[in-house]
Design a protein around this ligand. Structure first.
Ligand code: GTP
Length: 446
């Protein structure tokens, strides 16, 4: 069993996400004593009888929100069974953008609903975005169960409705779990609750500790976007030339054959340097400097790749999640940021627009507006090495940037990982064709 799980949370404003994350940190004793003292003091100052655990999360968040474009905080906590990296995304208006950013590497998504409201529009949208991003597993935390008097019938109704929606999106049955919780009171978050005797499933933490973890990015082919070329030209090292960057996917060892893209030149890894000394091997997430045997013409933005190489192309299909106030129309001139390379591009075609409420799509729409998801064709001014998102969630993703002001317009996924869902009735839980078509979306990939 893997000892690390990457998870992302999503919920509408006030569903209790901060309280739930705070409760997880608190009950797993992942909070420093001085932070906890501050929370106790602030809660007492506000006249609260119990500590407001959302302060553990929101207290930090307000500082981060100022002037930061894409706002995702990664929190780390651990139990004796497993470590967790939680992408914590605020639930305000820009929810889709934050969800996309936070969830693109997650192995499990925790969606929250308020038990009084049940499955709402944003729940459906979040589930669709998580499916699109290839997040293989979902938990629906039916929160504030205390406010519906721990009612079994209410929980069962919400769970049934959510399962139907998730199934229509292509999630297979045992990858979706619903849990009745009260983040405020602590019911079924870490400790099993005596208030829900009718619930026999795991608590949220028990589930997180035992759920199978699907393919790790370390298993994918090696991908290394070059951030800087290091050429000190000192008397001591007159010939040193290293390529600095972060391993985006896979693993590299000294002696491995690699290709440099888009040029297609090939070489062999002669060394892996770090600030702490040389390594024999480096894996996804590590920042290193690669040394190659041949003196090649490599610059920032190039990709060093091992294994099955990515395709080098100046035109590709993609699914985009549009994140800007101004609409996307065919012919839009934009910048595409992929790895460490930014290129000029045109969105030549809008193929369709996905309606995640009705699980249907519209062909050849005139535009995509804020938070809409659709398939497009992108033509770049120069060839770029791209992986399909379904094969590599890291190197298959890109950002669309406004050429005029540098703001983020969209998150893009190379390939067309959007299910063909036309004709599926969301309430009916989806037809078999939709399940087959979209199944690839939620498979763990290579
Ligand atoms: N009764 C009850 N109240 C809860 C529960 N969970 C959260 N709340 C309350 O609901 C309100 C919203 O909780 P937050 O944790 O701030 O909600 P949020 O979803 O994180 O909101 P944002 O961070 O603003 O997106 C607060 O007043 C919480 O105390 C619960 O399980 N039961």
């Amino acid at each position: 069993m893997s000892d690390l799980l990457r998870l992302a949370t999503a919920g509408s404003v006030d569903d209790g996400k901060s309280t739930l994350v705070g409760r997880l940190l608190y009950d797993t004793k992942s909070v420093l004593a001085d932070t906890l003292d501050a929370v106790h003091r602030a809660s007492a100052d506000r006249g609260l009888a119990t500590p407001d655990l959302s302060l553990l999360v929101d207290g930090l968040r307000s500082e981060r929100e100022q002037g930061i474009t894409i706002d995702v905080a990664y929190r780390y906590f651990a139990t004796p069974k497993r470590s967790f990296v939680l992408a914590d995304t605020p639930g305000h208006v820009q929810y889709t953008r934050n969800t996309v950013t936070g969830a693109s590497t997650a192995q499990l998504g925790v969606l929250l609903v308020d038990a009084r409201k049940g499955v709402v529009e944003q729940t459906r949208r979040h589930a669709a975005v998580l499916a699109l991003l290839g997040v293989p597993r979902l938990v629906l935390a039916v929160n504030k169960i205390d406010l519906v008097d721990y009612d079994e019938v209410t929980f069962a109704r919400i769970a049934k409705e959510f399962t139907a929606h998730a199934t229509a999106l292509g999630f297979v049955e045992d990858t979706v779990v619903e849990i009745p919780v009260s983040a405020l009171a602590g019911d079924n978050v870490v400790e099993r609750s005596t208030n829900t005797p009718w619930y026999s499933g795991p608590t949220l933490l028990e589930h997180l500790e035992t759920v199978p973890v699907d393919a790790d990015p370390h298993d994918a082919p090696f991908r290394f976007p070059v951030q800087h070329v290091i050429r000190p030209r000192t008397a001591e090292h007159p010939d040193y030339r290293g390529y600095a960057g972060q391993v985006a996917a896979g693993t590299v060892r000294v002696g491995d054959a690699v290709a440099v893209l888009p040029t297609g030149l090939s070489s062999t890894v002669a060394g892996i340097d770090t600030a702490d000394g040389p390594l024999d091997e480096a894996a996804a997430g590590q920042s290193v400097t690669l040394l190659l045997e041949h003196d090649l013409d490599i610059s920032r933005g190039d990709l060093v790749a091992g294994g099955e190489p990515p395709r080098v192309t100046d035109e590709f299909e993609a699914t985009v999640c549009w994140l800007a106030e101004k609409a996307l129309t065919p012919g839009a001139r934009v910048l595409v940021k992929h790895g460490t390379r930014t290129v000029q591009a045109i969105v030549t075609e809008l193929r369709n627009r996905f309606d995640e409420q009705r699980l249907s799509s519209t062909d050849s729409p005139d535009s995509l507006v804020l938070n809409e998801i659709g398939q497009v064709v992108v033509r770049t001014a120069e060839p770029v090495p791209v992986d399909d998102y379904t094969h590599n969630r890291r190197t298959g993703a890109f950002l669309v940037i406004d050429a005029a002001d540098g703001s983020t317009l969209a998150a893009g996924l190379v390939g067309a990982p959007l299910p063909v869902l036309d004709g599926v009735d969301a309430d009916a839980g989806g037809g078999s064709s939709a399940q087959t078509d979209s199944h690839a979306l939620v498979s763990p990939g290579p």
